[in-house]
Design a protein around this ligand. Structure first.
Ligand code: ZN
Length: 130
């Protein structure tokens, strides 16, 4: 559950916008994590992207400009993709876990939407839901 809490912070830091197209989560649907590199620390870290860009990333279709937006070179992108493939091949039940978190995210989104009307800070409640 640390992962979801951490990713929630990351999404918040990115103002709930896709790192690639800058569309807000409200428009694109729940943002998903991809690995990139933060320029300041030169280390791999997680970026939130919209479902469309997540799919594009996973399929290896990111363009040079898109790679640049998450701070990785073509070579690093290839390495990241092969890591992802290895993880999937290892059959850690990732796809089920991912599906689970997706449905959870959808629920959370609905809750957030409802709560945003009343108050801006929903994150303590949000964590309880997980
Ligand atoms: Zn996007």
């Amino acid at each position: 559950m640390t992962d979801s809490a951490e990713f929630d912070l990351i999404r918040r830091r990115h103002h709930y916008r896709c790192s690639i197209c800058r569309q807000p989560e409200k428009v694109t649907g729940t943002l998903l994590p991809v690995k990139g590199k933060a320029a300041e620390v030169d280390a791999y870290c997680t970026f939130p992207v919209c479902p469309d860009h997540h799919a594009k990333y996973m399929q290896g279709f990111f363009t040079g400009i898109e790679m640049k937006k998450i701070g990785i070179s073509a070579e690093e992108y290839r390495n990241l993709l092969s890591e992802i493939k290895e993880e999937q091949d290892a059959g850690k039940g990732l796809s089920t876990a991912e599906k689970g978190s997706l449905t959870k995210d959808e629920t959370i989104k609905k809750i957030q939407k409802a709560q945003k009307m009343k108050m801006p800070k929903v994150h303590s409640d949000y964590k309880k839901e997980i």
